[in-house]
Ligand binder design. Structure first.
Ligand SMILES: [Zn+2]
Length: 826
């Protein structure tokens, strides 16, 4: 029966008006006027399926992944029948046009426009708009599809969006209440903006730490669209924002990309003017940090843009704004629909030119640095390769023995000797501009007023030595890593300790009830020197494990973890294996604060780290329940970034200190340190800036914002001095590059351990205002202070920020398993 219907559609499609007459509008399908209710994700999926079933020759759906909560991530490909029939050829032609695929394209006159909706779950109008946009493209504006392939991602973040929509649906009055004090306009913690693990997916494009991003990038890189739009919402008093974007623009953005943003903006203005709608351009939303839905596509050659409608999680179905206007969902989605259609319209008008200019972007012969050479720990190199693979960036092994250029470790010109396992990444490859963006030691900032962090250079983030070379470094195809040796029955096995992979190996051993030791002092055995933190697994310790050697071998192979076999506990250089300096790693029961007061981002980073990266269990304790929680069941309490004024009351503070005195360990991150600084019993102190004397400020009103930037640090990279003998720093060297996110400064601990500190506040990468820098010399970065038999561990810089600063993660693991390693039973 179905076949017959399709045949009839094909036959009659050309004869009658159009087959598009048969598709239902969103309102017809959903059973309510679009914009009068929020549609849940399954309804959105059903609408797209219904349209694709009705017009299979013009709409193809592709599920590209599932979210953490098992919702469908999918794309709709929309075009003319001829183009849809030819879809794979169009895709290949596009990649050939850029050099990503070899060969000559058979034609390049089709524009490819990718529209991404609702990356922030509570900016919920745009997914509704996506349905109306789909419908209008297939009915009123199907002329545009003759030379355009439109790819619609109706919802990048369905978990977050459904969190918002379900909450709104259960909270809102009928009819909706426009008073902004009403519950329906005030979302509870954590809000619908982030994904399941509370990550902001619009900060995740470059790092791809989240499953939504990882699966999306696989399809994105197969297609490489010419235009990408990320639909958002801003505050209820702002009207509408569209391209062109604000300064700073990253320097690799081409003149064509800038100019065409203006063309697009003017086309939108024409449609908005016709309706008398307000909008603004060229302000606020810049193009610099590479992990957004506008910058990432831009650095991949597209015209990448953010559109912002007034609304956001506050707006609901209708709200009275400051200008006395009732802003409705209908209005919000209508604006987004208009901007989306206008984007396709201007793309269609310029399809040929878009292809020509797109191809030019991929010529990378003029970049200053020709090769980035990176060396260091094999695990860290491996995790950098994982990142590069996500972006289809190629890399090779070095043939040179010495390279010269900009040395990341010193921040100066210099040279570095290398062996064949050093990694070389050339910029003369199709993704060369993204290589530059990710690797360059210091991105050129044309304006200090930016929306986000200004430094992210990956050699620093991954803890690797690197040289940026302005001549091409000789290299050859990558060698495979050697297979691991199979373990044989002997006295014990030693593992190095300096990467997250080592920590994952430890976590699995603990899960399987292995007894593992770690050394607090270097020792030599079997001719090898083992550094502090090395793990020792002896047969004697593990007699409770059946088939111990075979099981250890399996775990080591799974983790590609090389182990050194030792046949005696008598070390060539002490300590011996039975020494008090070689201690058992005690399993730790870890609690983490969540809920009101905690930064949902920081909590989410911790949650994701333990659940998805370390694979070690944690218990989340809501701040509302903190006073009722028996802490004696835990060894470690992690307090994420946040504001704990109402949580850490006098009673709760006493409870925390008593628990610490009896052996508990508190790990405080970033803003959580404020709860302890200057408080009774703590040596942690805020370092106040010295020139606090009041100056009469004669800065003009118009210049205040810029003047203020002297006091900012917007994500800049500094070199810290490390006490590598402290267990928190096991696995690190004398220096560690840290990403500083703000100006918070704490004095060095007088009674406690300064594990990492800023000696002099030289900026290696990124922007730091001159006033802010003055206060940073001799300040704490990581430290520990003892209280009774327990500890407070301070992490001034959040090493889990957006989960991309790979090299900082071991500090947290060390804090849990090695620092003040109490052996008490629960
Ligand atoms: Zn947004």
């Amino acid at each position: 029966m179905q076949k017959l219907v399709i045949v009839l559609l094909v036959v009659f499609g050309g004869l009658t008006f159009t087959s598009a007459q048969n598709i239902q509008s969103p309102s017809e399908f959903l059973g309510y006027e679009i914009g009068t209710q929020f549609s849940r994700h399954h309804q959105v999926v059903d609408y797209y399926k219904s349209v694709a079933n009705t017009l299979p020759n013009q709409v193809k759906l592709e599920e590209y992944g599932k979210t953490n909560e098992r919702r469908s991530l999918f794309l709709a490909y929309i075009s003319s029948e001829a183009n849809i029939k030819n879809l794979e050829t169009i895709r290949e032609n596009n990649l050939k046009n850029t050099g990503i695929l070899e060969g000559t394209p058979t034609s390049t006159d089709i524009a490819i426009v990718w529209l991404s909706y609702n990356v922030h779950g509570n900016e919920a109008s745009s997914t509704e708009a996506s349905m109306l946009t789909l419908y209008k493209l297939l009915t009123e504006r199907k002329d545009l599809l003759e030379n355009t392939v439109v790819i619609i991602d109706p919802c990048i973040n369905p978990d977050g969006r459904d969190r918002y929509v379900n909450w709104y649906n259960e909270t809102a009055s009928q009819p909706y209440d426009i008073d902004r004090k009403a519950s329906e306009h005030n979302e509870p913690w954590p809000g619908g903006r982030p994904n399941h693990y509370l990550f902001d997916l619009n900060r995740d494009w470059a790092w791809a730490t989240q499953v939504e991003t990882q699966t999306r990038l696989e399809v994105y890189n197969k297609w490489m669209p010419h235009i990408h739009v990320d639909f958002h919402e801003q505050g209820i008093n702002e009207p509408y924002y569209f391209a062109p974007a604000a300064e700073p623009f990253h320097e690799i953005i081409s003149d064509w990309q800038r100019d065409f943003q203006t063309e697009i903006g003017k086309n939108h203005a024409k449609h908005f003017d016709a309706e008398g709608w307000l909008f603004f351009t060229r302000e606020r939303f810049d193009l610099f940090y590479p992990s957004y839905g506008d910058t990432y596509p831009t650095y991949m050659g597209a015209i990448g843009m953010t559109y912002e409608q007034g609304g956001h999680g506050m707006a609901g179905l209708g709200i009275l704004n400051d200008e006395g206007h009732v802003l409705t969902l209908i209005e919000r989605l209508t604006h987004h629909t208009t901007a989306g259609l206008s984007t396709v319209e201007i793309a269609s008008k310029n399809a040929k030119q878009l292809n020509i200019e797109f191809a030019k972007f991929f010529n990378n012969s003029n970049l200053k640095y020709k090769s980035y050479v990176v060396k260091g720990n094999a695990d860290k190199l491996k995790s950098l390769k994982v990142l590069l693979n996500k972006h289809d960036i190629t890399f090779e092994n070095s043939n040179a023995s010495k390279v010269t250029g900009y040395n990341y470790a010193t921040g100066q010109q210099g040279s570095m000797s290398i062996t064949s396992d050093a990694m070389v990444v050339h910029t003369n490859q199709p993704k060369g501009k993204m290589v530059k963006v990710l690797f360059e030691p210091n991105a050129k900032l044309t304006d200090s007023l930016t929306y986000d962090i200004t430094a992210w250079s990956v050699p620093y983030a991954y803890g690797l030595d690197a040289i940026a070379s302005s001549t091409k470094v000789s290299s050859s195809k990558l060698m495979e890593r050697k297979a691991l040796q199979t373990l044989t029955d002997t006295y014990g096995y030693v593992s190095k300790w300096n990467s997250l992979e080592d920590a994952q190996f430890l976590a699995e051993l603990l899960k399987e009830n292995f007894r593992v030791r770690f050394t607090e002092k270097p020792f030599t055995s079997a001719g090898n020197k083992f550094e502090r933190g090395s793990l020792i697994i002896t047969k004697g310790d593990n007699q409770h494990i059946e088939k111990f050697v075979a099981k250890l071998n399996t775990i080591a192979q799974n983790h590609v973890q090389p182990l050194t076999q030792i046949n005696t506990g008598f070390s060539q250089k002490t300590p011996d294996i039975g020494s008090p300096d070689i201690k058992l790693v005690n399993k730790q029961k870890i609690a983490v604060l969540s809920g009101k007061g905690t930064s949902s981002l920081s909590y989410g980073e911790i949650w994701h780290f333990f659940e998805q990266q370390l694979n070690y269990p944690i218990t989340s304790i809501n701040t509302d329940n903190f006073s009722r929680t028996n802490l004696d069941k835990f060894n470690v309490l992690i307090i994420p970034n946040g504001y704990y004024g109402s949580v850490l009351t006098d009673d709760n503070m006493k409870k925390l200190k008593d628990w610490a005195r009896s052996g508990g360990k508190v790990i405080a991150i970033d803003g959580a340190l404020r709860s302890f600084a200057g408080k009774d019993g703590f040596s942690l102190k805020v370092k106040d800036s010295e020139d606090d004397e009041k100056k009469e400020n004669l800065t003009a009103y118009a210049d205040r914002e810029r003047e203020n930037s002297n006091n900012f640090i917007t994500g800049a990279i500094f070199k810290t001095k490390v006490d590598k003998t402290h267990p928190m720093a096991f696995g690190y060297g004398d220096d560690y590059f840290t990403l500083k996110l703000g100006t918070s400064a704490y004095s060095l601990l007088e009674s406690g351990y300064n594990v990492a500190h800023l000696d002099n506040a030289k900026v290696y990468s990124g922007f730091a205002g001159k006033e802010a820098l003055k206060n940073l010399d001799q300040t704490l970065v990581f430290g520990e202070e003892r209280m009774g038999s327990g500890s407070f561990i301070y992490m001034v810089d959040n090493t889990l920020f957006r989960s991309f600063w790979e090299n900082g993660k071991l500090f947290l693991v060390n804090s849990i398993f090695f620092v003040n390693n109490n052996a008490y039973e629960l």
